[in-house]
Ligand binder design. Structure first.
Ligand code: TXA
Ligand code: MG
Length: 320
């Protein structure tokens, strides 16, 4: 029997029983459990094979619940929450004492967001606790944007994927932390830097190459297909260099005629970065299934969501 189901009340039952349920959000599917259940939270880390130093995001249904989670809300955090919640923005704030150390990896801050997906908002409203939910993929691999992607990863390990259809945004939330009350981007994502700057003014992106980074989604290699993948600004040169290989192409909107190319995915024929973001991970999952020697990804324009997509492609293509 398939573990994929639209039954919200079954998800409520499982979560109340300290089990894990994969949940849809507007960004990617999450692997969710009760933040106050040590059993559930440990299972999240085990199931993902995720190191315990990597903290989890807490998902709440409404702004009214924020004071249960955080002890301090800087003015600019409030502005950002007003502007983007529910939506693909995560705020890292000083945690309340009752937030378990397992969630925050012992840090004194906690990551929190209100996801913008009707099914998951309904689910959260029926629970007496918030949900911790990292992306529902094994650590380091491509994030899931459909119930089927999650099923392929975890069908033997979890009891249910709550099906909310394909994720509309398709890359993870943008994460913002605060230092001396000033916001800093810890992870680029579905809310563009420009959109954030419209609300709080110029904002920095924190150094991405730390060894124990503030947000391990910023680790060099992450979001990666099994197939060797490279990122290029110059498609014809990359094709030249890899003659004789079975090649898959991940293009923004270029047209390429080349006999060596076994499989091509175009992310947006209409030049639309939002559309490209929404299709990115599904395209990588698809390309990874084709038994290719090499995936060549074309770098996108470096503004708006293009910058966030390039960040993911960069990490998908760094070899360990
Ligand atoms: O869109 C998303 O954010 C998805 C959906 C399911 O909500 N979730 C997600 O979770 O991407 P995950 O666990 O794959 O990525 C969460 C990131 C990690 O890089 C983690 O290090 C960072 O958030 N994070 C969590 N708590 C933090 C904290 N207290 N300080 C700094 N970074 C934190
Ligand atoms: Mg993740």
């Amino acid at each position: 029997m398939s573990i994929i189901s639209k039954d919200i009340s079954k998800a409520v039952q499982l979560l109340n029983a300290e089990e894990l349920v994969a949940i849809p959000t507007e960004t990617v599917y999450g692997l969710a459990g009760n933040i106050y259940s040590e059993k559930a939270i440990k299972r999240i880390f085990e199931t993902k094979k995720r190191p315990f130093f990597n903290p989890l995001i807490v998902h709440i249904p409404s702004f009214g619940m924020i004071s249960d989670i955080v002890s301090d809300l800087p003015e600019k955090a409030k502005l950002l929450a007003d502007a983007f919640w529910p939506g693909p923005l995560t705020l890292v704030l000083k945690k309340n004492q009752n937030i378990p150390d397992l969630i925050t990896a012992g840090k004194d801050t906690v990551a929190v967001r209100i996801p913008n997906h009707p099914t998951t908002l309904m689910l959260l409203e029926q629970l007496d606790f918030p949900l911790a939910a990292p992306s529902a993929n094994p650590f380091g691999s491509i994030s899931p944007t459909t119930a089927e992607h999650v099923n392929n990863y975890f069908k033997n390990d979890i009891k249910m994927v709550l099906d909310g259809g394909p994720c509309q945004r398709g890359i993870e939330s943008t994460i913002i932390g605060f230092e001396n009350g000033e916001p800093i981007i810890y992870r680029l994502g579905s809310t563009s830097k420009e959109a954030i700057e419209n609300v709080v003014g110029p904002i920095q992106i924190k150094n991405k190459k730390e060894i124990a980074p503030d947000a391990p989604g910023m680790l060099d290699r992450h979001y990666a297909p099994v197939t060797k993948t490279i990122l290029t600004d110059n498609l014809s040169e990359a094709l030249q260099q890899h003659q004789g290989k079975q090649i898959g192409l991940l293009l923004f909107n270029s047209k390429i005629e080349n006999d060596a190319v076994a499989y091509t995915i175009e992310l947006s024929t209409s030049n639309n970065l939002e559309e490209a973001a929404s299709k990115l991970y599904d395209a990588l999952h698809e390309l990874d299934k084709q038994n290719l020697d090499l995936i060549i990804a074309e770098r996108l324009p470096d503004y708006g969501l293009g910058t966030s997509i390039n960040d993911r492609l960069q990490r998908a293509t760094v070899r360990a």
